[in-house]
Design a protein around this ligand. Structure first.
Ligand code: LAN
Length: 728
């Protein structure tokens, strides 16, 4: 592998591993495009000093001062914001590690390897460090996500990454990981994506991969299973995957990949009947077992369609059409791509189709590092190209909850944040919107950046609310015109499902029966868009706030939308009073959103049995120390799973929920707020606790800024709603 030699300042630690010089890492933020750089020369270091945010992210001492001890909630919020304000980046946004999933780096590193893209030594070293830091201490393996138990997917793939980056197979940590992998049955027991990537690498044979036929993209739009109806993440991964599968492209065998065959497999390669293992999967990886319909379909495709029927003209048309879709995605996102799975896959397609010197391939290689992040444990791959818009919008709202929008101290921070939101609002539709099956997006905000450019219902809503707070409720410059605010509303009004609920990127386009075709095995609820209380609430509250300022614009439609959305929220409540959360862990997260949307329609503790039921649900779960804590198992199982330790973030979510609900008794909330204050450090920060976020039910993802945003918001709301009394 072409690992570039010798980064400056690298040291060998006692354990024999290399470590880069952390004082050389810098985060560059170019209008939200975030990339980490390792400075090699003294001149560069002089010209580009390490910022406090850089230091914080990579775990160096920030030397931020001890603050005057907070006695009241608002003082604590003030200290928290003082600390957090140091992490605001020059364009006005906040950033952070967005790790958690353990299946992203393998796609990237395998893509680099098979396209023979040189890897900077600094990156190779820190990726190795990260993976070793995240191996499970007991068995040396890796799971689907950082808190999950070891699985074939996690272990086979991350083991492979380490080997591709030059780690010796006889390193004791590798032996341990291999033992674990073998106990789980080896790479043949991996899920579909593992088999796909290992076939690309040339370690497995393509016969082991369940078919990914590009010709599905030739189905007419009216067909109920046509891919345009799938959840956007699935279809945008399916497109490049089907292209590579159709080509059965593999990297030529070499010594290393030959060795990997014996390391990853429990029986000799030559003796394996690969096609017999298409459905082999370890129970640890089988979160969503394949249905018999899907297995039948795969059987037909693998044993009849592909070998005997598939006409050459159809192959050609399908591959051409899929390539067109891939290129359109590349152009529409300026090579950023929707996410960290299709990013590397599209890169590989550009390499296969156009070669290493092509413009497309080179643009991809330049853009991929936007997914990377460096922290104290090393380098990892983020779940998106960042959290820019999302965290920035929430920060504005947290400051507002403290009543500080007009405070001289915080105006510069908010001005910058508003400038950032202005810069990131999406201003036009994509080219070929219909043929790419893209949702209307002019006026929208995405989760990360405008360049990525995918509208998300709740991201647009939070962006809009934060804009209205600053521009319409306080006297901030009207950077975003009235027309653009209304464009955002126009987008939101396209997002409702017949149920009244809202999904994430688009309204639901296919039937739930499509879930029978979920072939990923490791995730649940991925095939179509579903209604989410969180997303629905965000839209409801945004429409509500908008109407206060623009009461006449599309007022009948907005009123109808809101009514139907609130009915959905009500219907989504479980008999025990809770709501299941899909993007944060779990019932505490969804409950906060749901109670907020009910409150904005005037439904509170005093007048609503369902709100009282929701509050009772939370009261029953309050821990002795005054906090709340649930584990990620809540997301996997759909049943509340008590965390042994209370969590600052979840405690803040519940405080916000109960205050929104106008819960009348102060005592439980006072205890919760005191806990949040006690956990605060002398410099105003809160420390990282358990992972906060989730997707697809089974995979967890970190939202490290939540430990600032939500405690600040909860403290501010408490002070406003009750009083800013001395609690410590
Ligand atoms: C995200 C991150 C943000 C999240 C919220 C805005 C919080 C949510 O309310 C709506 C959905 C959304 C936008 C979301 C969708 C799925 C994402 C993009 C992620 C959880 C981050 C990573 C994940 C993505 C699918 C990871 C790649 C994995 C695949 C299975 C393709």
């Amino acid at each position: 592998q072409k690992i570039l030699k010798g980064a400056v300042g690298v040291q060998t630690t006692k354990s024999g591993d290399e470590k880069t010089d952390y004082t050389r890492w810098r985060l560059k933020d170019d209008r939200g495009c975030q990339t980490w750089h390792y400075l090699e020369s003294d001149e560069e270091i002089k010209a580009w000093p390490q910022s406090t945010a850089d230091k914080y992210f990579i775990g160096l001492d920030t030397n931020l001062p001890k603050l005057k001890a907070a006695k009241t909630p608002l003082e604590a919020a003030y200290n928290g914001l003082s600390f957090f304000s140091n992490l605001q980046l020059p364009p006005g946004n906040w950033a952070c590690e967005y790790g958690g999933p353990m299946f992203l780096l393998p796609g990237l590193v395998i893509t680099w390897y098979v396209t023979e893209t040189p890897i900077p030594a600094s990156h190779a070293i820190e990726i190795k460090n990260y993976l070793f830091a995240r191996a499970h201490p007991e068995d040396g393996g890796w799971g689907l996500h950082i808190e999950g138990e070891s699985s074939v997917f996690g272990t086979a793939m991350n083991y492979t990454v380490l080997r591709l980056l030059g780690v010796d197979a006889e390193d004791p940590r590798m032996r341990k990981a291999r033992d674990t992998l073998w106990k789980l049955g080896g790479a043949l027991k991996g899920p579909h994506w593992a088999k796909f990537w290992l076939s690309v690498l040339g370690v497995l044979e393509w016969d082991v991969v369940n078919p990914v036929p590009p010709e599905l993209w030739l189905l007419p739009d009216w067909v109920p299973i046509a891919p345009w109806r799938w959840w956007i993440h699935m279809r945008q991964v399916f497109a490049p995957m089907s292209y590579v599968y159709s080509k059965r492209w593999s990297y030529p065998l070499n010594d290393l990949t030959k060795q990997l065959r014996s390391e990853l497999l429990v029986q000799p390669f030559e003796t394996i009947d690969f096609s017999a293992h298409r459905n082999s999967i370890s129970p640890t990886d089988d979160y969503h077992p394949k249905t018999w319909i899907l297995k039948l379909l795969f059987w037909f495709l693998a044993t009849i369609w592909f070998p005997y029927i598939r006409p050459a003209w159809m192959v050609k048309r399908a591959e051409e059409h899929v390539w067109w879709l891939i290129e359109a995605e590349d152009n529409n996102t300026d090579y950023a791509n929707l996410g960290p799975v299709n990013g590397p896959m599209n890169t590989l397609c550009a390499y296969i189709k156009l070669g290493p010197d092509s413009y497309n391939f080179r643009e991809h290689v330049k853009t991929l590092p936007e997914f990377l992040w460096v922290k104290d444990e090393g380098m990892l791959m983020n779940g998106t190209n960042g959290v820019q818009t999302w965290d920035t919008a929430f920060t504005i709202q947290a400051v507002e909850s403290c009543g500080w929008c007009d405070d001289k101290k915080w105006k510069p921070l908010l001005n910058k944040a508003l400038e950032f939101l202005e810069d990131q609002q999406i201003l036009e539709e994509v080219k070929d919107q219909q043929t790419c099956y893209r949702q209307q997006r002019k006026g929208a905000w995405g989760f990360s950046t405008r360049k990525q450019g995918y509208t998300v219902s709740d991201c647009t809503s939070e962006g809009l609310k934060s804009t209205l707070i600053l521009q319409n409720q306080h006297q901030y410059p009207a950077l975003i015109s009235e027309r653009r605010i209304k464009d955002a509303i126009d987008v939101l009004l396209t997002m409702q499902n017949p149920s009244g609920g809202c999904a994430s990127y688009e309204p639901t386009r296919g039937s739930v029966l499509l879930e029978h075709l979920n072939a990923a095995e490791v995730f649940g609820n991925i095939m179509i868009e579903y209604d989410y209380p969180e997303c629905t609430t965000a839209v409801v509250t945004a429409l509500h706030m908008f109407q206060k300022h623009y009461p006449t614009y599309r007022s009948a439609e907005i009123a109808a939308f809101r009514d139907r959305a609130v009915s959905y929220i009500r219907a989504a409540q479980r008999p025990d009073g809770s709501w299941y959360g899909s993007w944060g862990i779990c019932f505490t997260y969804a409950g906060m959103f749901a109670l907020e949307s009910l409150a904005c329609g005037g439904e509170t503790y005093a007048n609503s049995e369902r709100v009282r039921r929701a509050c009772q649900f939370f009261l029953d779960k309050q821990m002795d120390d005054g906090g709340w804590g649930e584990t990620y198992k809540s997301c996997e199982t759909g049943v509340w799973s008590q965390h042994p330790q209370s969590q600052v973030v979840q405690t803040a979510w519940v405080v916000i929920a109960m205050i929104e609900a106008e819960f009348p008794h102060k005592e439980p909330l006072e205890r919760a707020v005191r806990l949040i204050m006690e956990r605060q450090q002398e410099n105003g920060e809160w420390l990282q606790e358990a992972i906060e976020g989730v997707f697809n039910k089974s995979c967890m993802i970190s939202y490290p800024n939540y430990k600032f945003i939500f405690p600040i918001k909860a403290l501010g709301m408490y002070a406003k709603h009750f009083e800013d009394e001395v609690l410590l």
